[in-house]
Write a protein that binds this ligand. Sequence first.
Ligand code: SF4
Length: 370
Amino acid sequence: MKDFAKKLIDWHQHYGRKGLPWQGVRDPYKVWLSEIMLQQTQVVTVIDRYQTFLEKFPNVQALAQAPLDEVMALWAGLGYYTRARNLHACAKIIVAQYAGQFPKLPEQLNELPGIGKSTARAITAFCFNYPASILDANVQRLIARTHGIQGSLKSRVENQKLWDLADQLLPKDAQSMPTYTQALMDFGATVCKPTSPSCHNKLSPSCIYLADCLAFKDQVVMQIPLKIKKVPSKIVVSEMLLMIDHSEILLEKRPLSGIWGGLWTLPETQWVEIKSEEEVSQVEFQIEKFQPLISLVNPSKYRQGKILAPLKHVFTHRTLYFSTRIVKVLKSEVKCNDSCQWIKLSDLPNFGLPTPVKKLLEDFQLLKRV
Ligand code: SF4
């Protein structure tokens, strides 16, 4: 497609997104952080968190030296917690093996934890003017539509086609790489959107690619990218234990792998799969279901605990309904394994909690709402 990059850079001067805190930044640490935070998370959510994170960890050395729990606490609520664990692991490697300097080649960055091919290329394009194309979901959609690629973008063949095209469309002048890369992201997010793309709009100028766009010409814009039918989400139920001894509660640290990995939650039973939402309230749990995590000297205290109505939390492939049982105990009445710890309520803000658990504790005013 003729003048693809030039048209995009011209467009960006007038219509690109303005005022995002990571725009125009050339510090690889900050660019890396914003790229990781923006994966699967909306811009509005990231804006505040990005700034808070940078205040706490202003550079890669500060992040590498921090305990993982502190990083997780700051990440809590952003979801996809593997990102935070990888961020921490990656910072340690950069400090230990690269003397705190980010490598300048995409291939080197791509070998570090949590840095995929497109992210590696975005960092080098933004920070070092490296002539490397990116291919996040926004860019995939734009290139697929303009070039009429109607197959599944997840297939290896179509994906390779997209990378090849992305490389061919790069601007000739390496100095333009930061602007071009930002423009690609902005255009996909604001013009060639997944729904209601602004191809031809009476209120604003038509899309700069209108004359050449194959999807528009063939009237298949909304069929690209090809939508794969989603597998219906599984429904699971569990029970969490809110054990309170005066001003302390019992929390469990999750293993690093798996859901909520590395975060602190209320002790929870295994998830039980059910067929439909009607069955949620039919599943009953016993204290034995918390073993080997927890056992009580006097199990009747568990039975006397007050049970709250189930709360719903939606994951990508599962919907969880968890009820919470409030049990007032003395610490000496509870036997728990090493992954559990009694935490003072005043210390709770220092612990990374999954969003639904945090909300529950806030609703009970055990944790101050911020
Ligand atoms: S014409 Fe429509 S589909 Fe084609 S690039 Fe522009 S906004 Fe996207």
